[in-house]
Ligand binder design. Structure first.
Ligand SMILES: O=C(O)CCC(=O)C(=O)O
Ligand SMILES: [Fe+2]
Length: 218
């Protein structure tokens, strides 16, 4: 991995901002540095091999519960422990600045976790936040698998915010691909995967405190 922070290119940032404004979502291939994806992939594989992952649940705070019939991934929250994580978070900090400058979104924080979907697992159609409680404003997904074929499944499907049955895009979870969308707008799902599937899901947040209680991180 190079010593230079592998930023998203200026062209990617411009395209991403335009796509978010025009339709609420962005997809790009070959967007995240290949060496960085490899380092993040190796780190995640190592954790999976050592069973150092936690089962992912749904809902936040006291409503948090495990529902393998809804989502089947295991996760590990990024904690800046490795150079690869710090580089990824650095690239996301640059993206946050761009989003704030171009769209005045007032994003103040980025939280992200590694996600590993074992064969046969999926994540049913959902939105990442709900209107009115939209402390998660923009969702991101960075894909890490070095190769992925048509029979491997595991695509992320995006749906039309106005018609949740209408598919608008399908993302093959291959290293370098990056997805970004408005968290309270775009319904999406992860189709059942045939192979172990590696990614980082992340959210730019705004501070949402209710009655002086800060919304829990997850
Ligand atoms: O991994 C993906 O493609 C999307 C994951 C997702 O929707 C989520 O973690 O909320
Ligand atoms: Fe999601």
């Amino acid at each position: 991995m190079s010593l230079v922070i592998p930023s998203l290119s200026p062209a990617t940032l411009t395209e991403l901002v335009d796509a978010l404004v025009e339709r609420g979502w962005y997809l790009g291939e070959g967007v995240v540095d290949a060496g960085l994806c490899r380092a993040l992939y190796d780190e995640l594989e190592e954790r999976v091999a050592h069973r150092a992952m936690q089962a992912a649940g749904i809902g936040r705070g006291e409503e948090h519960s495990l529902r393998r019939d809804i989502r089947g991934d295991t996760i590990h929250w990024l904690d800046r422990a490795t150079l690869a994580q710090r580089h990824y978070l650095g690239a996301m900090a640059e993206l946050q600045q761009e989003l704030n400058q171009a769209l005045y979104l007032g994003l103040f924080e980025f939280e992200a976790h590694f996600a590993h979907y074992g064969p046969g697992t999926f994540y049913k159609k959902h939105r990442d936040s709900f209107r009115g409680r939209a402390n998660r404003v923009v969702s991101t997904v960075c894909y890490l698998n070095p190769d992925w074929g048509p029979a491997d499944g595991g695509e992320m499907v995006l749906y039309d915010p106005e018609d949740e049955t209408r598919e608008v895009a399908r993302v093959v979870p291959r290293a370098g691909s990056f997805a970004c969308f408005l968290a309270d707008r775009v319904p999406h799902e992860v189709l059942p995967t045939a192979r172990p599937r590696a990614s980082i899901a992340g959210w730019f947040r705004r501070n949402a405190s209710l009655n002086g209680v800060i919304d829990p991180a997850y």
